[in-house]
Design a protein around this ligand. Structure first.
Ligand code: ADP
Ligand code: MG
Length: 615
């Protein structure tokens, strides 16, 4: 019953935008609203179950934790009621008038980044409570919060500009949502139609659902069942239910143990990377249960942070039922669960990689940054995680991958280092002067393309006792391969180096004769232990003043025709030779991604061209 005491509000701008899309889009899957409202009812019931353990009193303590759905064909309504937490006035305003929830935020985010039509992406998101307005322009929410002295309230909206909140009376604890259906959606006032929808989406709801008085779901904790009793469809449905997801899972790991702990767990790797571009960092998605009772749906310390992409359930009867979220962090038991399941999951991935390389490849393509984050942050599991990493390499075809173990078994007999290069892509590496010397000697180089790889190699001084070394580092000793090296007079070459150093002044720290260059005239290198060119580039992006020139070593290739000609030009036409030397240095810096200022270079190139044509 509502009483006269109107309290009018406008929707937050983002909510209006969302509602506009929800209402006006050609989104065909209107039935989604049932799933969204049931999912909210479940959340509210789960919270209440927890409150009953921690609070002395709650309103209407004897109400069953159940969901009642009623349809009325004559009035053309559907009503979804739960005896969960309910909402206070502030909560109504905060939860049903602003965008508080991450799914809707993700949706708006993706929408602003996407050039697809909104109708293509809306199906990938649950837009939560507001989905009710897909089928209605008259939604009423009756609610009473679990606090014993809470107000009886009625929220009402046409889903257009705003809503009003009136006081009400005679409400029971929880929330009752009455949806006056639009004429074209009268199907949702039919019992049979709703029954069909509930059978699809709500089998795993851990509370009784009654539709027009009849029980429709059997409460199932499928993670407690033996694997052989669960069908693929049931797993997939459970994933969608527990992860509130719309995609199919990529992997599932259903695992039980009696010792050292009682564990029943069911973990899923989602189809889509939840942190793909345009999306922020996600919350952990594996819930903690104790004997089928939810303890925490986003426990922070249950698994290491890098496993936050996992969805599912971990259930352990050994946990005390009333464990609080705060004490969970320190619980030795939770730490044990963490260690055990993490190891188990890494082993699972390793087996998958071996049994179906193609599927693992697709997983790796989408989720590798989490594994790399694990290598950097999770020292306890680093060695095992390293085995899962894959890289392109100088001896593999583009698109084929090598593991670190592949690399180590292919190492040359006298090779004691693992060589790599970090760059945005293969082309950048192959067109730069560094890799040629290694190729010429048949030494494999790993190609690392991800921004995070910089941190990865930084955190990882060695693998299998072999030091990891960037090929852009100066001072790498490589064996001579050709006799041409003897062609050059060593004294003459070092005189040339000295002259170039003079010509360049402070722009480089050293100029040396290179043993490694084959086809390139020169290369810019950074001494071992200093920042890589990529790191420096990143530094320059944050700090334009950042300068690193003093650290650069220039290596020249005296066997190269250009350097031979330069050597004679430095006496015959010293001014022109100096220009050329400067240009050689700039080209080398450019190839290394170390050129800080390109303006001088352009005018110098014009000058060189002009002088050449004059001859
Ligand atoms: P989400 O469920 O992802 O948070 P929704 O748009 O579905 O987003 O719901 C917004 C918020 O409204 C919920 O987080 C919850 O606080 C509140 N809410 C919605 N339905 C209920 C309900 N039946 N009982 C209590 N609170 C609810
Ligand atoms: Mg919701």
């Amino acid at each position: 019953m509502t009483e006269e005491s109107e309290d009018k509000h406008e929707f937050q701008a983002e909510v209006q935008q969302l509602l506009d899309i929800v209402i006006n889009s050609l989104y065909t899957d209107k039935e989604i609203f049932v799933r969204e409202l049931v999912s909210n009812a479940v959340d509210a019931l789960e919270k209440l179950r927890h409150l009953k353990l921690t609070e002395k009193t709650v309103a209407d303590p004897d109400l069953d934790l159940e969901i009642n759905i009623t349809t009325d064909e004559t009035a053309n309504t559907i009503t979804i009621a739960d005896y969960g937490t309910g909402m206070t006035r502030e909560e109504l305003i905060g939860n049903l008038g602003t965008i508080a929830h991450s799914g809707s935020k993700d949706f708006l985010n993706a929408l602003s980044k996407s050039d697809q039509k909104e109708t293509n992406i809306i199906g990938q998101f649950g837009v939560g409570f507001y989905s009710a307005f897909m089928v209605s322009d008259d939604v009423t929410v009756y609610t009473r919060s679990w606090n014993e002295d809470s107000e009886h309230l009625c929220w009402k909206s046409d889903g257009k500009t705003g809503y009003q909140i009136d006081t009400s009376s005679g409400e029971r604890r929880g929330t009752k949502i009455v949806i006056q259906l639009k004429d074209e959606h009268e199907e949702f006032a039919k019992t049979a139609r709703i029954k069909g929808i509930l059978e699809n989406y709500s089998n795993f709801v851990p509370f009784a659902i009654l539709l027009d008085g009849e029980r429709v779901n059997t409460v199932e904790a499928i993670w407690m069942k033996p694997k052989s009793d669960v069908s693929d469809e049931a797993y997939s449905e459970f994933y969608k239910f527990t992860a509130k997801a719309f995609d199919e899972p990529r992997y599932r790991m259903h695992f039980s143990a009696d010792a050292p702990l009682m564990i029943n767990s069911l973990l899923f790797v989602p189809g889509e990377n939840p942190e793909r571009p345009g999306f922020g960092q996600v919350e952990p998605g594996v819930s903690l249960y104790c004997n089928k009772v939810l303890i925490d749906s986003t426990p922070k310390s249950l698994l290491p942070d890098w496993l936050r992409f996992l969805k599912g359930v971990i259930d352990s009867e050994d946990l005390p039922l009333n464990i609080s979220r705060e004490s969970m962090q320190d619980s030795a038991l939770v730490q044990k669960l963490n260690r055990l399941i993490t190891k188990r999951f890494i082993k699972f991935l390793d087996r998958e990689a071996k049994s179906d390389a193609e599927q693992f490849g697709s997983f790796y393509e989408n989720f590798r940054s989490f594994l790399k984050e694990g290598v950097i942050t999770d020292l306890e599991n680093r060695d095992e995680l390293l085995k899962l990493l894959r890289f392109e390499s100088s001896v593999e075809e583009p698109g084929a991958f090598a593991t670190l173990d592949d690399y180590v078994t292919r190492m040359k007999e006298d090779q004691d280092k693992i060589f790599y290069q970090v760059a945005p892509d293969r082309q950048t590496i192959e067109s730069a002067p560094y890799v040629e010397a290694f190729k010429a000697r048949g030494i494999e180089v790993l190609f690392l393309y991800d921004p995070i790889d910089e941190y990865l190699v930084g955190a990882l001084p060695s693998y299998a006792e072999k030091q990891l070394v960037s090929i852009a580092q100066s001072g790498i000793e490589l064996a001579d391969i050709n006799d041409e090296a003897q062609d050059v007079d060593a004294d003459q070459a070092s005189a040339l180096c000295e002259w170039i150093k003079d010509a360049l002044g402070d722009r480089v720290a050293e100029v040396n004769v290179s043993k490694r260059l084959v086809d390139s005239p020169a290369a810019a290198l950074t001494p071992g232990g200093s920042m890589s060119p990529q790191m420096k580039q990143m530094m320059r992006q944050v700090d334009p003043e950042f300068s690193s020139g003093k650290e650069v070593h220039l290596e020249i290739n005296p066997r190269h025709k250009l350097l031979k000609n330069l050597d004679s030009a430095r006496t015959s036409q010293p001014e022109f030779a100096k220009l050329v030397a400067e240009q050689i240095a700039d080209n080398a810096l450019l190839a290394a991604g170390l050129l800080e200022e390109g303006r001088d270079m352009v005018s110098r190139v014009y000058e060189i061209m002009q002088q050449s044509l004059e001859k």
